[in-house]
Each structure stands twice: as structure tokens, then as C-alpha cells.
Write a protein that binds this ligand. Structure first.
Ligand SMILES: *[C@@H]1O[C@H](CO)[C@@H](O)[C@H](O)[C@H]1NC(C)=O
Ligand SMILES: *[C@@H]1O[C@H](CO)[C@@H](O)[C@H](O)[C@H]1NC(C)=O
Ligand SMILES: *[C@@H]1O[C@H](CO)[C@@H](O)[C@H](O)[C@H]1NC(C)=O
Ligand SMILES: *[C@@H]1O[C@H](CO)[C@@H](O)[C@H](O)[C@H]1NC(C)=O
Ligand SMILES: *[C@@H]1O[C@H](CO)[C@@H](O)[C@H](O)[C@H]1NC(C)=O
Length: 625
């Protein structure tokens, strides 16, 4: 099984290589200007790391330091970092570090924690600039999402010069400049996002869908107002001729081996198959095409987020009928989409997927697209964290001066998603009741509560008023009584039937419940020195002297002891919860690791035929070296 799988991957990879590569990988750069010392004054090139937040469109000046004890930044920075690095209001400090020994991201994380405003990584060998990438093995490094300083890679020779100047105790000042990183020729930004409908590939897939959900608001505003032209894209492969009728190609491909995607679970015998993913990718591409033709390309964002929410693989709803419901709720013509998709079983080409395969090949300054997700802005590959603000900043830097939309000038953005087509949610137009709730990140479809009446349903297609709680009608046929302005009832709303006397009462619950005399029956207030008084439905117990009655323990305590006892109990609870949490987390990490080791790597191996092992000259580097 394993061998077969590998064979398939390699075949596809080879064909893909011959067809569209020698894979072209483009290193995206920013400029680095040294303003001090005098003898190094010049502008140099540096490469933007594929993590953290590059300051697209902006500049950042700071002084450079180089640690004596932690030159590769693989450990904590300690004593030899000037305390000014951490003082607010002081000049930003850039940490110069050496390449090697640990992940690039880890160096940046250590530098950020020590107060660095940016990290400069100096190459350890003379060569072209490379792109510092995320750790290769798809580990879910928790700190990555919190990594916010920009990172740049500089050549070995610049690194050597800067270190020499610092050794001579010279002040080294540097200006990092990202203003020309993206071309900004006109008042419209074109951008494309290469993604995938697969939702079972772990962190990689989660990142993509989270980004789409988060970026939907700004993306739709920009698109509606004509500031941007966005196109979604999907990567597919084709199956080598001689394997077309093999089980692998049959399960991973459509249209007779023309368009393939990897099996989501890497297990051909269960779950969804690669072709299910291709079909949904095709539907999403066709959805975009049809929506674009009707002049509303931005509805794609609604479709993709709603599909991910309503039709996930986890819920076993990743199929046509669920997709069609979503299409319908967004008011897009299903017939046109079906037409565009054609019959996946037929031995014919599909115009949309064929165009997608061609678009994978690099054009001009843009490299080939071989990695998911890939974001391309004004035909340049975006580098950095896939995060709403960071991406918005990059897009904003792609407008010609003074033509940027307001959104680029404001701090935050919010749209009422429910105003358009009711957000694709259920609605009763007569009573004017809607299931759409606008939120900061988008909208949710959730049946509402209107004037105390709870509606139930899926929130998308139907909601209906649930009948009033049964206890409201004749108290569900149960006993109830009021005395001394205290109400007791033997009806419980959560129970579908039956009656039960409330605590402190006994009886059948239907005709009668009688007060239990706790004092007489000696079920409570048994402490010595206690005074018991029965009340209706309860009892009162008091201790003699300056003592406090503890109901749960049925004892008397001095007030001081009671306080410390209470704290002891609270601490026990806190410690218990903490221990439980740690155990749960450890188990989760263990599971996550195992899951990723076996499955995700295999999947990603197919998505990333470009992992440096080939003979292709690739100016990119993953992780540690
Ligand atoms: C590095 O510093 C962090 C927080 O400051 C600390 O939790 C960690 O234990 C330190 N690691 C080492 C190896 O000293
Ligand atoms: C990242 O930031 C979040 C929110 O501020 C925090 O809860 C989390 O602990 C941070 N993670 C790490 C690894 O620092
Ligand atoms: C979307 O529509 C516009 C205008 O109708 C057209 O110029 C553009 O080529 C379309 N894009 C795609 C990918 O079909
Ligand atoms: C429906 O209710 C909303 C607010 O609850 C109101 O703004 C809107 O005008 C109402 N629409 C109609 C048709 O009554
Ligand atoms: C007891 O029930 C009556 C009506 O059945 C209600 O008016 C009153 O507010 C209730 N009192 C309490 C304390 O809940």
C-alpha cells in the first residue's frame, strides 16, 4: 500500500515537473539601507521571510545589535541585550543573527521576546538570497501565530560587514523598506488565492479556511467597490496515461485522469477520495465563474465559508446535495454551475480546470504555484503570515498613491453581512424574523429568540417556533404551590414527562408534595449545639455563639476556620482543574503529533513537490538550515 502510494506520488510529480517546471521559485525582496557607519552606507537587497508581518508599503528604522552569547538566536537572549531594547519609546532594535542550528521562525520568536523590532538573519555561506520558510514538517507550532516582527534575510557578506562594524563598537543604523516590494501601478489591485476545498489536512487546511473567514469582510468591500479584482484558484494534477485505470487514479481523479487531488485521509479504502475534493474544487471554481458572470464575484467568499461550515467532511456532508443547498441559499443559478462542471466521469476536458492547470505555471515575475496556500498580489507572491491585517496591509500597498480605499486608512473594518441577501440565512419575510446575526468576523445563521419564543432549526433553511415549555401549560399536570411568596413546582421543563417533587418535599408530584420536616426526621442540622427550625420546603439551622453553620457539611465552624477552609477547598479545585488541563493538553499534543506525522506529511508531500530535494535550482529554504 505504502509503496504503491509513493509510486503514484512520484509519477505525478515527474509528469508535473516535465509539464510545467523546471519549477520557478521567486525570492521576494525588500530593500535594506545602511545609514551608519559611513563606510557601509549603501542600499542592499534582503529577502522577506515567509512568516511574521512584513511591513508592506512601509519602512522601519533601527539600530542593529549582535548578541555575544546567542549569535544564532536559538536560545534565550539574556544579559548582553541593552535594556533600551525593551524600553517603550526608544529607537527600535534589530537583532542580527546567524543562520543555522534551529528554525528561522524560532530565532524570530526568541528575538521578538527579547524586544527586537525586526530580525536580520545573515547567511552562513556565500550564495543568492533565499526565502526563509516555515518549519517544513507542518508541526503546529503555537508561537507562529503570535510572531509579529518582520524578518529579513541578508547575504553572508553584508552580515560579515555589519558584525565587523559592531565589533569595533560602531553605531550601526539600518532602514528596512518595503514600499517598493509590491508593484503599485494603478488604482486597482489584482490578487489571487490558491486554495483547496479539502478540510481534513490539519493545520494547513485550517489556516486557509480561517483566513478566508477572516478576510471575507474586507475582501467583499474592496471587490464591490471595484478596488480589487480577486480570483480564486485551485491546484490539480493529471494522472500519467498508463495509470489512468489504476485504482489510485480512479479514486483521486476525474475526467479520465485529467484532474487529480490527493486523497484527504491518504487512505484509499475509507472516507472521502481525492476525486471528491477535485469535484468540490471544480464546483467552487465554477461558482466563482457563474457569480462573476452575474456581476457579483464576491459571493464566492460567502459560498466557501458557508460550505466549510455546513458541508464539512467531519460531518459527512461534503457532497453535492449539501453544496447545492448553499448555492441555492446564495441565490446563484445551480443549473449554470452544473453546466460548467460537466460530467466528471466523462473522458473529456473541462475548460475551467484546464485553465487552472495552465495558470499554475509561473508568468513574468511570478513563480510557479506549487504550494498551498499561495497568495499572489499584483502578480507577486505574498510573503508573511496569512492573517487579515497583514494581508490587508500588503493589498493596500498595491494601490497607486492616493488611490487607496478608505479601508486602507482605517484601523478596523466591519460590515453588516446580513444586509446582503440576508446572509444566506433563514428568514420569515411576513413576520420580519431573521436567523442572520451580524458579527465582527462575518455572520452566523442561528435561529432567533423573538419575544421569549425560541425558534429551532438549522438557521439556514428552516427555523420554527418551538412550542412553549410544557410547564407553562397547566404546569404540565404537576403539583405546584405558593406560600409565604415562595413558589414550588413539581414540573421540570427539561423533562419531557412526569412530575417530581422539588428538594425538600416528598409525594407523587402530581396531586401533592408535602414538606419534609428535616428537623423531626433528623436528615439535617444534626450537629451538636445546633438549633433546627423547619420551614416550608426547607429548614433553618443556626449554631450557638459566634459559630457559622456550613450547610453542605452540616457542621458549625468558627468564622476564621471557615474562611481558611473555604480557601483550602478553592485551591484544591484550582489545582485539580489545572492538573486535568495539563493532562488533556499533553494527550492532545500527542494525538496531534501522531496524526500529523503519518497523514499530513504524506498529503503535503503531494502538495509540495518542491521541497528542495530536486535538482532544480530553488532559492527557497525550509526551516532550519
Ligand atoms: C527562555 O525564556 C522563557 C521565557 O522568558 C522561559 O520560559 C524559558 O524557560 C527560557 N528557556 C531557556 C532555555 O532558558
Ligand atoms: C499567543 O497569543 C495568545 C493570545 O494573546 C495567547 O493566548 C497564547 O498563549 C500565545 N501563545 C504563545 C505560544 O505565546
Ligand atoms: C470576471 O468578470 C469580468 C468582467 O465581467 C471579466 O473581465 C473577467 O475576465 C472575469 N474573470 C474571470 C476569471 O472569469
Ligand atoms: C424588520 O425589522 C428590522 C429590525 O428589526 C427593521 O429595521 C426593518 O425595517 C423591518 N423590515 C420590515 C419590512 O418591516
Ligand atoms: C410565584 O408565582 C406567581 C404566579 O404563579 C408569580 O406572580 C410570583 O412572582 C412568583 N414568585 C416568585 C418568588 O417567583
Amino acid at each position: 500500500m505504502r509503496g504503491d502510494k509513493l509510486g503514484f506520488v512520484i509519477c505525478v510529480w515527474f509528469l508535473f515537473m516535465y509539464e510545467s517546471c523546471l519549477c520557478k521559485f521567486v525570492v521576494e525582496k525588500n530593500s535594506l539601507k545602511v545609514t551608519s557607519p559611513e563606510n557601509l552606507r549603501n542600499t542592499y537587497e534582503s529577502a522577506i521571510g515567509n512568516f511574521g508581518v512584513p511591513q508592506y508599503g512601509g519602512t522601519l528604522s533601527g539600530s542593529v545589535i549582535y548578541s555575544k552569547t546567542n549569535q544564532n538566536a536559538c536560545g534565550n537572549f539574556t544579559d548582553d541585550i541593552p535594556s533600551t531594547a525593551k524600553k517603550p519609546g526608544s529607537r527600535p532594535v534589530f537583532f542580527l543573527t546567524d543562520r543555522g542550528d534551529c528554525y528561522f521562525t524560532y530565532k524570530a520568536w526568541n528575538a521578538q521576546n527579547a524586544g527586537a523590532s525586526a530580525i536580520l538573519v545573515a547567511d552562513d555561506r556565500p550564495e543568492h538570497l533565499i526565502t526563509m520558510d516555515l518549519p517544513k514538517d507542518d508541526e503546529n507550532f503555537d508561537y507562529l501565530q503570535n510572531l509579529t516582527i518582520p524578518s529579513v534575510f541578508v547575504t553572508n557578506s553584508l552580515g560579515v560587514s555589519l558584525k565587523k562594524a559592531l565589533e569595533n563598537n560602531e553605531l550601526v543604523l539600518v532602514n528596512l523598506d518595503w514600499t517598493e516590494t509590491l508593484p503599485h501601478p494603478d488604482e486597482r489591485v489584482e490578487y489571487e488565492f490558491w486554495t483547496n476545498s479539502n478540510d481534513e489536512c490539519g493545520p494547513k487546511c485550517d489556516t486557509q479556511i480561517d483566513f478566508i473567514k477572516n478576510f471575507k469582510g474586507p475582501a467583499q468591500i474592496l471587490e464591490r467597490k471595484g478596488y480589487t479584482r480577486f480570483t480564486p484558484h485551485y491546484i490539480t494534477w493529471f494522472c500519467p496515461e498508463e495509470f489512468v485505470s489504476s485504482t489510485k487514479c480512479e479514486s483521486q481523479c476525474i475526467n479520465h485522469g485529467r484532474y487529480c487531488a490527493p486523497d484527504p485521509e491518504q487512505d484509499f479504502s475509507q472516507g472521502y477520495e481525492g476525486k471528491d475534493v477535485v469535484v468540490e474544487n471544480l464546483r467552487q471554481a465554477c461558482f466563482y465563474k457563474v457569480a462573476n458572470e452575474s456581476g457579483k464575484p464576491w459571493v464566492w467568499w460567502d459560498y466557501v465559508t458557508d460550505f466549510a461550515t455546513r458541508c464539512s467532511m467531519k460531518d459527512h456532508k461534503f457532497k453535492k446535495d449539501c453544496a447545492d443547498e448553499v448555492v441555492k441559499s446564495l441565490g446563484v443559478d445551480i443549473k449554470k454551475i452544473d453546466e460548467c462542471m460537466g460530467d466528471p466521469k466523462e473522458d473529456v476536458e473541462n475548460a475551467v480546470l484546464k485553465a487552472e492547470q495552465q495558470a499554475q505555471i509561473g508568468k513574468g515575475v511570478r513563480g510557479d504555484v506549487t504550494i498551498l496556500p499561495t497568495l499572489v498580489i499584483n502578480n507577486r507572491q505574498y510573503r508573511g503570515k496569512l492573517d487579515k491585517k497583514a494581508v490587508l496591509k500588503a493589498i493596500c500597498s498595491g494601490f497607486k498613491e492616493t488611490t487607496e480605499p478608505d479601508i486602507c486608512l482605517s484601523d478596523e473594518i466591519e460590515t453588516n453581512e446580513c444586509l446582503d441577501n440576508n446572509g444566506g440565512c433563514w428568514m420569515d419575510t411576513v413576520a420580519n424574523i431573521t436567523a442572520c446575526k451580524d458579527t465582527f468576523r462575518g455572520k452566523v445563521c442561528e435561529c432567533p429568540i423573538v419575544q421569549g419564543v425560541k425558534f429551532v432549526g438549522d438557521g439556514y433553511k428552516h427555523c420554527e417556533a418551538s412550542p412553549p415549555p410544557r410547564c407553562q401549560v397547566n404546569n404540565g399536570g404537576c403539583w405546584k404551590s405558593t406560600k409565604d411568596s415562595r413558589n414550588y413546582s413539581a414540573c421540570i421543563d427539561d423533562h419531557t414527562e412526569g412530575c417530581e417533587c422539588p428538594p425538600g418535599f416528598k409525594g407523587d408530584g402530581i396531586n401533592s408534595c408535602e414538606d419534609i420536616n428535616e428537623c423531626k426526621e433528623k436528615t439535617a442540622c444534626q450537629c451538636s449545639n445546633c438549633k433546627c427550625k423547619n420551614t416550608w420546603g426547607s429548614y433553618e439551622c443556626s449554631c450557638k455563639g459566634n459559630l457559622l453553620y456550613l450547610k453542605e457539611h452540616d457542621t458549625c465552624l468558627s468564622k476564621d476556620v471557615a474562611t481558611s477552609g473555604g480557601w483550602g477547598f478553592a485551591w484544591a479545585v484550582v489545582l485539580g482543574v489545572a492538573a486535568f488541563g495539563v493532562a488533556g493538553y499533553t494527550f492532545y499534543k500527542y494525538r496531534m503529533r501522531r496524526y500529523m506525522d503519518s497523514e499530513i506529511r504524506a498529503i503535503m508531500a503531494q502538495y509540495m513537490p518542491l521541497d528542495n530535494e530536486g535538482e532544480v535550482p530553488v532559492y527557497g529554504s525550509h526551516g532550519d538550515i
